[in-house]
Structures are given as C-alpha cells and as structure tokens.
Write a protein that binds this ligand. Structure first.
Ligand code: HEM
Length: 403
C-alpha cells in the first residue's frame, strides 16, 4: 500500500473508499502533513478527540488574518479582489465577528421553527416522487435529493425558485474546487453569483417580503446591521451550505441502505427508526467529510506532533466518525446505534447552523422514498458510481435507480 504522503486525497479512488487509509492514519500518523496537488501543505487530524480539540481550541483560528505572520500572509496565494466580501461569512470568521453574524441569523433556524416546515417538505417530497414515478427509473440526485433541499433553502431565503438551476451550476463549480488557488472557472462562477445576488438585494430593498433576505436587510440587533458585503456573504453561505451538503446525505444515505438490505428492511418495517437511522447515516457517510480549514495561531502540539503557527489544518470528520475508540464496530451500519455522538455537523461554535433543517429534510426524503418505492434498486453496479471531486464534501455525482 502507498504511504499516506503519496495518496492523493482528492482522487476519486480515495473518495470511493477512504476508510482503510484513514484507519491506518488514526493508528500510525494521527496528525500528518500532506501536500495537495496544487502544492498547498495541509495537516490532517484523524482521531475523534483530536478533531474535537481542533474545532474548539482557541489556539486555532478560522480566519487566517488572525493566525498568520505578516510574512506568511504575503506568501498566500493571490485572491481576486471580488472574493474579499465573501470572506465576511460567519464560517470564515472568529469571535467577535462570528458571534455577531451568527446571532443575526440563528433565530431563523431553531428546531421549533424548522419543525413548522414539515408539511411543506413532505409535500415537496411527494410531488418530486409523483413526477419521477411515471418513468420507472431516475437519477435520484437530479430528480429528488438535489431539488428538495435546493427548493427549501431558496424558499426560506426568498430568492426566485426559477433561478434554482443557475445557483446550483455556480455552486457546483465553487464546491468542486480542489485547490486553494483561484482558477478561472471558479472566478467566473463567483462573479456571476455575486452579480446576481447584488441585483436581487436591490429588488428586495424596494419590495420587502416575509422571507429571510428581507429580514436580514432589516435586521437590527442592538443597533447592529449587516453591511452589503456581509449580507452577500451570508446569503451566499446559506445558499451553498443549505443544499450542497444535504443532497449528499440523502443520496449517500440511500446508497448505503440499498447496499445494506437488512437495515433497509428494518427501517421499512419500523419507520419510527428514521431518527436514529439518519444519525447513523450522518456518521457513516459524513457528507461534510473534512472540516473547513483552521490555522494555528501559535505552534500547537497534538499527539506529540507540532503544527507550526500559520499552517492550515483540517479535521477529518469522516475519520473521527469511524474512530474505534469511540464507536463499537465503527464500520458496521447500525440504524439503531445508541449512543451516536458523531461529528458530522462539526463541534463548538461553528456547529452547523442548519442541522435541524438537514435532519428534517433527510428524514422525510428517505422515509417517503422507502414507503413509496418498495422495489427500489440501484441501476448499474456500485463500482460504476462517480464521486464528486471536492476536498471538503463527499458525495456522488449521479445515483441511477430503478423501481
Ligand atoms: C447533511 C447536511 C449538512 C451537514 C453534514 C453539514 C455539516 C456542517 C459542518 C461539519 C459544519 C462545520 C464546519 C466547520 O466547523 O469547519 C457546518 C457549518 C455550517 N452549516 Fe452545515 N451541514 C449541513 C446542512 C446545512 C444546511 C441545510 C444549512 C443551511 C442553513 C447549513 C448551514 C451551515 C452554516 C451557516 C454553517 C456555519 C456555522 C458557523 O460558522 O457558525 N448546513 N455544517
């Protein structure tokens, strides 16, 4: 087997089955430095407790401006000026900026408010399956797993549903980026996305509605307001994070159930197990496979290995979720697993803002699918499935099924 430094963690081979290599890393090199194909050096942290430390320890910053020395900052890859406003999104910021921005939006995503969307999500799931069921086969991603979260997040924000496909085309390019240096496809996608959103804000300012963008435009929290750039960064983050993640959970979750027919049958017989089943699918598939980047503010030693100040570090959530010191039989899919303290939604102050929404959408999507399509099966072999090239996310490109 290759040494880890030789393995390309962006390769589709690694995406298809990263787990044996990650088990080796946890055992032999739990904190390890690799180099991405674009030569960016990255530290990978793979054990459960260490990933939790990385996500909570104040010696790591989210924003590189809070960690890198001036000399290191000068050597950072070139970032086009128009990307700068997007750096004002909460996931890339530390307190107090992060605290302020999260406070302005968290009320829209509380479990109680999200629960009120149950009927809407259920109707959408039924409508999508009504349309697909005429055909006898579908791409589960294009026809179901993608339009469901995409429609819901655009409805919450109030951006026009007719433009849904455009957002997805742009965001697909942006999350597929497998390097930290800007490339032209990404620059064009971000430019179009920015231009679209700024135009939309103009329309909304003159015609406020009962939606989240209108609420953010008016947001006043202790006299606080979002600047135009912060509004742009917020809506951009919510649109992208609100669908590029859940699509992976619905699709990879369905794939795992198809590949574990005993678990799928158990869930069909006892639909009330859907709650613990979704937690287990979150643990097992880890749709956000790596945390987003952290930067050491000082030299930090973990497991006897020192990560020097300013170096980029990623917590491998997909590995933490299979840590044998925390989960019994971690490579077994058990939809009744209890306890199940997976890190699929992260940990600490950046814990996923949309966790309740993602859970609701996935519970409804999977249980409705299994309930309505009793002979659902994969079309083609599992080996022919293609995984999306993304550093942070793990998800399929397409998932052809028959019924
Ligand atoms: C299965 C679906 C999802 C998964 C697995 C997931 C996972 C995650 C993870 C791991 C983080 C933390 C990243 C880090 O610390 O580096 C995160 C943050 C975040 N997620 Fe999600 N997410 C999902 C769905 C959603 C949805 C539907 C939304 C829409 C509202 C959303 C919005 C966010 C936001 C805004 C943050 C940043 C929070 C902060 O910085 O305080 N996510 N998510």
């Amino acid at each position: 087997m290759n040494t880890v430094q030789q393995v390309n963690i962006l390769s589709l081979e690694f995406k298809a089955n990263p787990f044996p290599l990650l088990a080796r890393l946890r055992a032999e090199q739990p904190v390890c430095r690799i180099t991405l194909p674009d030569k960016t050096p990255v530290w990978l942290v793979t054990r459960y407790e260490d990933v939790k430390t990385l996500l909570t320890d104040e010696r790591f910053a989210k924003s590189r401006y809070n960690a890198l020395t001036p000399a290191q900052l000068r050597k950072q890859p070139w970032v086009p000026q128009m990307f700068r406003p997007l750096e004002r999104n909460m996931l890339d910021l530390d307190p107090p900026d992060h605290t302020r921005l999260r406070k302005l939006v968290h009320k829209a995503f509380t479990p109680r408010l999200i629960e009120q969307m149950r009927e809407r999500v259920q109707k959408l799931a039924n409508d999508l399956l009504d349309a697909a069921s005429q055909k006898g086969a579908m791409d589960l991603i294009r026809d179901y797993a993608l339009p469901l979260p995409m429609t819901i997040i655009t409805e919450i924000l109030g951006v026009p549903i007719k433009d849904r496909d455009k957002f997805h085309i742009w965001s697909k390019v942006i999350v597929s980026v497998n390097q930290f240096n800007a490339n032209w496809r990404m620059i064009i996608a971000i430019w179009k996305f920015n231009r679209y959103l700024r135009g939309f804000f103009k329309v909304r300012r003159d015609d406020l509605q009962e939606d989240l963008v209108s609420a953010l435009i008016q947001a006043e929290d202790a006299g606080d307001r979002l600047s135009e750039d912060e509004l742009l960064a917020m809506v951009f983050l919510l649109l992208v994070a609100g669908h590029e993640t859940t699509v992976n959970l619905i699709a990879s979750g369905t794939l795992e159930l198809l590949q574990h027919p005993d678990q799928m049958e158990k869930l069909r017989r006892k639909p009330l197990l859907i709650r613990s089943a979704v937690e287990e699918l979150l643990r097992y598939t880890a749709p956000v496979f790596m945390s987003t980047e952290r930067y050491a503010r000082e030299d930090v030693t973990i497991q006897g290995v020192t990560i020097p100040r300013g170096e980029m570090t990623l917590g491998v959530i997909g590995s933490a979720n299979r840590d044998e010191t925390v989960f019994d039989n971690p490579d077994t899919l058990d939809i009744e697993r209890e306890p199940n303290k997976h890190l699929a939604f992260g940990y600490g102050i950046h814990y996923c803002l949309g966790a309740s929404l993602a859970r609701l959408e996935t519970e409804i999507a999977i249980i409705t699918l299994l309930g309505r399509m009793s002979d659902l099966r994969l079309k083609g072999s599992p080996e022919s499935l293609r995984w999306r090239p993304s550093l942070f996310l793990r998800g399929l490109d397409t998932l052809p099924v028959e019924f």
